[in-house]
Design a protein around this ligand. Structure first.
Ligand SMILES: Cc1cc2nc3c(=O)[nH]c(=O)nc-3n(C[C@H](O)[C@H](O)[C@H](O)COP(=O)(O)OP(=O)(O)OC[C@H]3O[C@@H](n4cnc5c(N)ncnc54)[C@H](O)[C@@H]3O)c2cc1C
Length: 452
């Protein structure tokens, strides 16, 4: 048997609070009649498993509007019989399968509950009190894991694409080196622009992998430690990391895979090579589990403010401490200085945003949320890559350049340097854009977008 999570409806995607699926109490305690339509449900209907158990959000009749009035139901496609096998059909129908640009191995379906008014589901947890259900809080336990998994899957796609692109670039002969044209034709990995593209991919995939690993490490601590303070610290860390790894890793994965395709030239655009599919498949990650804009709002609207700002301040302090501890590093001091500069710019971003909010300019949050999330990913990624580089440099000093592991460690140092010099400056640009605060996109009439 397989499971699904059923939030999205045709008229309610990002705004889950507007769902129209309804639940009506029956004579049987805890069992409700379910009526409604969900769309874009992953594994919503398929022939691989004999039964599908839907976890569906619905509003119990009479509950309050918005997310507060939502409850969560366990709705099987078939009721289990006494032996625990597939039994009576529960009036859960497939309304259609989406024809998608990617992840075509995953059946994304419209699910109709109660076409014949015969669909029933178990309420998970308690019935609504004063019209308020527990559904969103329950669903968020799964959503947070799914958001981490989304970042992880995006990173996997970007990593396999990078690995393929690097191998291809090492074999494809084309052109002569700009610095030594007389030496004859070379493999494209010798060209500056191809190296730039490869290092872009390498540094993004390594930064993403580090962020994701840190999140899962903290999740393990939260689950296994017996020390309550340590558990709370780990949970707080995951809270901040989750929107970053969902959104930054997925946005950057797509850009990274696009560069992998570019390394292949025309062959990258061909389905004979692996990149085209990776690029198509990975485009879902910025969209589902809450679009990346929703993640940005989560970061700025919730995580920045959590516990009066203490949660984010603790997370941020780790970056500041790393930069302070390594400011005199014999090899990486220049890159650590760039990190310090970006950290200070980030503080200015926060100050500028609180200035706008103080003036009642709430629209500025909407304008800049996505870019602030990206800036957060850049400072975090730079810190983690520099942390790697410090360790790698120590190994290089120990082993020397002749050792067979030297290229691996040299790659780590180069990855951190590239990220600091080439990607981290995005934070300064975001600050500049935020300070200027141009709002012309909202000042023009809607028709200005429609008349071309
Ligand atoms: C392949 C696939 C699998 C999926 N699997 C599942 C699943 O298993 N279960 C499930 O429940 N759902 C699933 N979804 C649905 C997915 O979570 C939604 O598509 C997503 O949440 C966005 O909702 P929407 O498509 O209605 O877009 P909209 O909500 O209409 O958003 C469109 C655009 O407007 C922006 N936007 C929306 N509201 C605002 C706002 N207030 N302010 C600023 N910008 C805004 C969004 O960020 C987005 O860019 C899946 C979708 C796909 C494509």
């Amino acid at each position: 048997w397989a499971g699904t999570m059923d939030l999205t409806e045709p008229n309610s995607g990002s705004d889950v609070g507007d769902i129209a699926t309804k639940a009506f109490p029956t004579d049987e305690p805890g069992v409700y009649k379910i009526v409604g339509t969900k769309c874009f449900i992953t594994g919503g209907d398929q022939d691989i498993t004999e039964n599908i158990i839907h976890l569906a959000l619905a509003r119990v009749e009479g509950s309050v509007p918005g997310t507060k009035g939502i409850s969560l139901f366990v709705v099987p496609k078939y009721w289990p019989n006494e032996a625990g096998d597939v039994g009576e059909f529960n009036d859960v129908n497939c309304g259609g399968i989406e024809h998608k640009m990617g992840i075509r191995g995953s059946a994304t379906s419209i699910v109709n509950f109660g076409e014949e008014n015969k669909c029933r589901g178990y309420l998970l947890g308690n019935p609504p009190v004063d019209g308020k259900g527990e559904g969103m809080a329950q669903m968020f336990q799964m959503m947070n894991e799914e958001r981490a998994v989304t970042g992880l899957a995006a990173n996997a796609a970007a990593t396999v694409s990078y690995n393929n692109a690097a191998m291809y670039a090492a074999g494809r002969i084309q052109g002569r080196q700009i610095t030594n044209p007389k030496a004859g034709r070379v493999t494209i990995i010798n060209h500056e622009d191809v190296r730039r593209m490869l290092m872009y991919q390498k540094s993004i995939t390594e930064a993403s992998r580090a962020m994701i690993s840190m999140s899962y490490y903290a999740m393990d601590i939260a689950e296994n430690t017996e020390d309550e303070n340590e558990r709370n610290r780990a949970k707080a860390f995951v809270e901040v990391n989750t929107p970053i790894i969902k959104a930054w890793c997925s946005d950057l994965a797509f850009l990274s895979i696009s560069e992998a395709m570019q390394c292949y030239g025309g062959y990258g655009f061909s389905e004979e090579y692996p990149i085209a599919q990776q690029l198509r498949d990975c485009r879902i990650y910025p969209i589902w589990e809450g679009t990346n804009y929703i993640q940005s709002m989560d970061l700025i609207g919730r995580k920045w403010m959590m516990a009066g700002g203490k949660v984010f301040a603790t997370w941020f302090a780790e970056l500041e401490k790393f930069a302070a501890d390594h400011k005199d590093h014999p090899v990486l001091a220049a890159q650590v200085a760039l990190l310090t500069e970006a950290i200070n710019q980030y503080k200015e971003i926060q100050a500028a945003m609180s200035g706008y909010v103080g003036q009642g300019k709430f629209g500025m949050i909407g304008f800049f949320a996505t870019r602030i999330l990206h800036a957060t990913g850049y400072i975090y990624g730079a810190k983690l890559l520099l942390e790697h580089a410090v360790i790698a440099q120590k190994k290089i000093d120990e082993l020397g350049k002749e050792h067979f592991e030297y290229p691996y460690y040299a790659g780590k140092v180069a990855s951190a340097k590239f990220f600091a010099h080439n990607l981290l400056p995005n934070v300064g640009m975001t600050l500049k854009v935020i300070k200027e605060g141009d709002t012309s996109v909202m000042e023009i009439p809607e028709a200005s977008y429609l008349l071309v």
